[in-house]
Write a protein that binds this ligand. Structure first.
Ligand SMILES: [Zn+2]
Ligand SMILES: [Zn+2]
Length: 107
């Protein structure tokens, strides 16, 4: 009577749709965020509504290097390559979130 594969199939029939939905949601958010980044030069600040430029000089929070580029591009320093989750608004310091951050939640 031992049919372990039945348990596996049953498990994925129960859990599969949720996992799939999560994958699709994250992929969708990530693609949407990438599209926003590719088509826009600025993002509205959630605090004061200012259009915050997302191209210019940025300092990487992880390795401390300064580089010229997009605020949400991976750090070009060899061995780093981290992508910032937000940049502070120059006017009110409110965090302007990386639109792809939701799609890259750690798990
Ligand atoms: Zn602001
Ligand atoms: Zn870095």
């Amino acid at each position: 009577m031992a049919r372990p594969w039945l348990r596996v199939v049953g498990y994925w029939m129960l859990v599969g749709p949720f996992v799939l939905t999560r994958w699709l949601t994250q992929a969708f958010v990530y693609l949407g965020g990438s599209w926003i980044l590719a088509t826009r030069d600025s993002l509205p600040c959630p605090g004061c509504g200012t259009e915050v430029d997302i191209h210019g000089w940025y300092r990487c929070d992880y390795c401390g290097s300064t580089f010229l580029g997009s605020a949400f591009a991976p750090c070009p320093t060899p061995g780093c390559g981290r992508t910032p989750m937000y940049v502070p608004c120059p006017r009110c310091s409110h965090a302007v979130w990386n639109p792809t951050a939701m799609g890259r939640a750690r798990w």
